[in-house]
Design a protein. Sequence first.
Length: 396
Amino acid sequence: MNLLQEIQRLSSEIISADQLEKMLAKSAASGEALRVKFGIDPTFTDVHLGHAVPIRLLRLFQKHGHLPVLIIGDGTARLGDPTGRNDQRPPLTVEDVERNAATYLEQIGTIVDLSEGKCEVRRNSEWFGAMDFFDCLKLASSSTAARLLERDDFKKRMKENLPVHLHEMMYPLMQGLDSVQVRADVELGGNDQLFNLHMGRQMQERADQRPQVCITTPLLLGTDGRKMSKSYGNHVGLNADAADMYGKVMSLSDDGMEDWFRLATDFNDEEIATLLAGHPREAKDKLAQTIVSGIHSEEAAKAAAVAFVAQFRKKEVPDDIPLKTVDASSYSLPVLMKNVGLGQSTSEARRLIQGGGVRINGDVVNDVKHKVEVIAGEEPFLIQAGKRRFVNVQAN
RNA sequence: GGGGAGAUACCUAAGUGGCCAACAGGGAUGGACUGUAAAUCCAUUGGCUCAGCCUUCAGAGGUUCGAAUCCUCUUCUCCCCA
């Protein structure tokens, strides 16, 4: 498989493949690396496996000698890419943005080599911070309302009578200006970024630059088959610990495995076909171990797999249970549970108890009035809530 | 600027004076079954010192024995006209 084919395997749309082919050929001949732009907005801290798909593609370019240009959207973060949610994002402070950016780079660094000369990291506040209102007007004049309203997300919201704020409409222009500023040859982005990527092309043309090739990557769906999102809890965070990550992948629906193998591992198509032909559980174990190995280590992945089997198939109690201490006293169970973090409120704990989901030292307790004596100097005892929350409790 | 419609719990969405902590669906959580898959079934889904009490229906006031429901003002959104 040549590079172009490999790129195509990991992408859903390339504008245009012909242009990319020519660029690659030219670059190979001249030895001049392509500048491959990828932008991220440090609006939150959790980068998940879905975000990793374009980053893995970026790594592919890097492996072939091209230069990743990572844009930290510390300017655009001020507004956040419009998503159609109508909740107002609280404005991020400079510190938030910096902290998020640092976390992002750390997590991205597990996939792409960020070292000097191998990668270029830019912040778009570099140019946005220097613009005054008249510059903004000039930026705004580079497109039209009709053009911007073509964007799916805006179109949809207009149709549903939801607000579309003016500043949101500036977002694609800002992202486009990034491309002009860094003279991108190629820009990568998720499926939903196509419009923004196009805007970069258009704006580069206006600035007399060669328009970038736009490549979008398929959306990696969450473990439940819906869009991967932290708010659905169906995501696999890149900063999750090995055990958690392994467990999350194991909860993936069978239908999702093929995509996950292709987009989140390095197996080739034949290997994937072979794996999928076997027992789904075995295939998923392979998938989970491979993903955990890539981000943590092979040993961590093996350990996670062993612990997982023990805990969920043999229903054993895991080894590393957090120990919480409370004042020695007599507690009603719901209150004690809330105090040790098993539940947000006593009402929630009460529900868990009534639902039969609470065990003390292995025995189900379904009496909400159950009293627990925590006595100084005694061995800790175990409270389990649901399948996977364990806490040891002891008097402090 | 003028006129009209609307804001209900995580989401969608009923409710137009007492039967409302608020129908229904989704989601989520717990349980059964299992491969922490899917499908299915059951329960729960504001808080608390839990047979009771307290705080919720955009916000602030008001009417009433009693308001998510009626009135006034405010904020926000959408539509039509200018």
